[in-house]
Ligand binder design. Sequence first.
Ligand code: ATP
Ligand SMILES: Nc1ccn([C@H]2C[C@H](O)[C@@H](COP(=O)(O)O)O2)c(=O)n1
Length: 652
Amino acid sequence: MEFLDLPSLLSSSGTVRLPGSKSLSNRILLLAALADGETEVRDLLESDDTARMLEALEALGVLVTRLGHHAYRVKGIGGEGAFNGFPNKQLELFLGNAGTAFRPLTAALALAGGEYVLKGVPRMHERPIGDLVDGLRQLGARIDYLENPGFPPLAIHAPAISDVATVSVRGDVSSQFLTGLLMALPLLDRQVTVVVEGELISKPYIEITLAAMARFGVTVQREGWERFTVAAGARYHSPGIIYVEGDASSASYFLAAGLIGGGPVRVEGVGRDSVQGDVAFAEALAKMGARIDMGDNWIEASRPEGGRILAVNMDCNHIPDAAMTLAVVALFADGTTTLSNIASWRVKETDRIAAMAIELRKLGAEVEEGADYLRVTPVPRLQPASIATYDDHRMAMCFSLAAFATPLRILDPGCTAKTFPDYFERLAEVAVVAPVIAIDGPSASGKGTVAARVAAALGWDYLDSGALYRLTALAAQKAGVAWDDEAGVAALAASLDVSFAEGEVCLAGEDVGDAIRSEDISGGASAVAALPAVREALLFRQRAFRVAPGLVADGRDMGSVVFPDARVKVFLTASAEVRAERRYKQLIEKGFSASLDKILQELRTRDERDSQRAVAPLQQNVDAQLLETSNLTIEQAVAQVLAWQQACGADS
Ligand SMILES: Nc1ncnc2c1ncn2[C@@H]1O[C@H](COP(=O)(O)OP(=O)(O)OP(=O)(O)O)[C@@H](O)[C@H]1O
Ligand SMILES: Nc1ccn([C@H]2C[C@H](O)[C@@H](COP(=O)(O)O)O2)c(=O)n1
């Protein structure tokens, strides 16, 4: 599976231009298609969900022209006289996992006339749609469930429109049912009132629907949140040019980054004038300690000097999507945070309450999960983890914020394409990562000694990556697994129980600092290091050492593979004879017997294998500085690395 390793993030600041709002994009596309005249839609979100809507409209015979720079021209099918439906009247449509396409299209096609089959990905077929179908049937729609009653896929037939003036729809599962119904009602050309049964959830999304319909000339009469009336003669008219606001839910990740990482982080594309309810996320974040500034078209978040992140008890019914971000902010709070009234999470792209609980626990947090709430208690130190994303864009995006506390692996990061294809690139623009100095070089060159001293001088962490290969070789030997058994050794590497503390290197609790330095294990380490599956298994473990305030790492592929974005890369070497002598002295000082000739011969063999292997071979890369230490003291070598670090203009 694809993954993205996020290093520890130190701080945040900068500005992000938001992609267009998903909710607005898909509503506007459908309304433009149903309207009379041509509509130029600007700043449209380009993502999987909008691609599904665009494909569907084009398949239905709507003329859509791509103008470039997120602009599209849509030739509406509305006009004078009775609505005649879409040009193509018999079609099977695949709508992926796009709820904002599936629900409104179901309603529009059910009343438009024609024979349609609507399908999606397996998860879409688990997301309820029965309440919308029930509402539409009251109007005369003829819809069959092709698999399970109440769920897609659907077969839609030409309707036998009834003359009822009032229909009811449940509002307590998804607000998209009411949205779909309201958007389709102007196709009927008579007055219809929709009565909402149960407490309407996610009301701000209905505000978005009403605002979008109003831009296309249809005003819905609203009595509280219970009754909505579309008048006879209501018709969609193109507004000519329409701009899509930036996505307020996507803004939540950057605003949260502003609070957690200090900020200020500014998002452009939404602001005080936004029609999207998720701008209320900014208020929620303020309750957690953020300083929020807002303009007509921008919002900025930062953490006041010395400010803490505060735990909250919050009803999140009005911001269901953005509230996922709060669950991750809760990891940084000063106590237990409870997010309530979020039952709708269970029927989203995945069961988000369950998924959140599982993944937050992987980081070490204490989590209580209820039918409609989530309670998160943070721990002082989060642990590195591989975060599963459940094909849910918001899981990937909100969990990226945990990188302000620990290195992380995000599985299937491409799932953000649903709403924000270049999310991680934008995040990288406003987040400062923990710096790395990568020191690679051959055996016994002195890179470990130099790296450890540079780390101590800077107050950074130190990673001896060779020790991990040595520990793997020792673990294999102890377990009776041959060093050339790639799958067997890789499995051991993946679950290696090691700890490095106060100069001790422990394997399963036993100090093996000397054992892993024996010539036997040195040979074994070189052998297992040539196995691709072993290198893969140790990759995240090595990256997880990259924590604040910085890391000095030594090995063979620190600068080329493990930390390719390292700030300083050094290739530290010495002649084979000098290295053999250094190793010889080292062994004698530790009380081991040793032969200089044998050490030289073994060093050469190991150099040969480390530099000739297919994966991550030992070599000086073009972007690494050469540090030839044959005639340098340790102090001189350390001073040179520190000078290079300083020359980068870096003091942290
Ligand atoms: N510039 C130097 N001059 C003299 N001795 C050095 C110098 N650099 C390192 N040494 C000594 O060389 C020995 C080997 O160094 P070290 O263990 O750091 O090498 P290494 O490259 O990390 O080895 P390996 O990766 O094979 O474990 C140590 O005893 C160290 O003190
Ligand atoms: N990043 C690394 C680190 C080490 N190895 C291999 C090379 C050596 O043969 C063995 C032991 O390393 P050392 O302790 O001598 O630095 O592990 C590697 O391939 N990649």
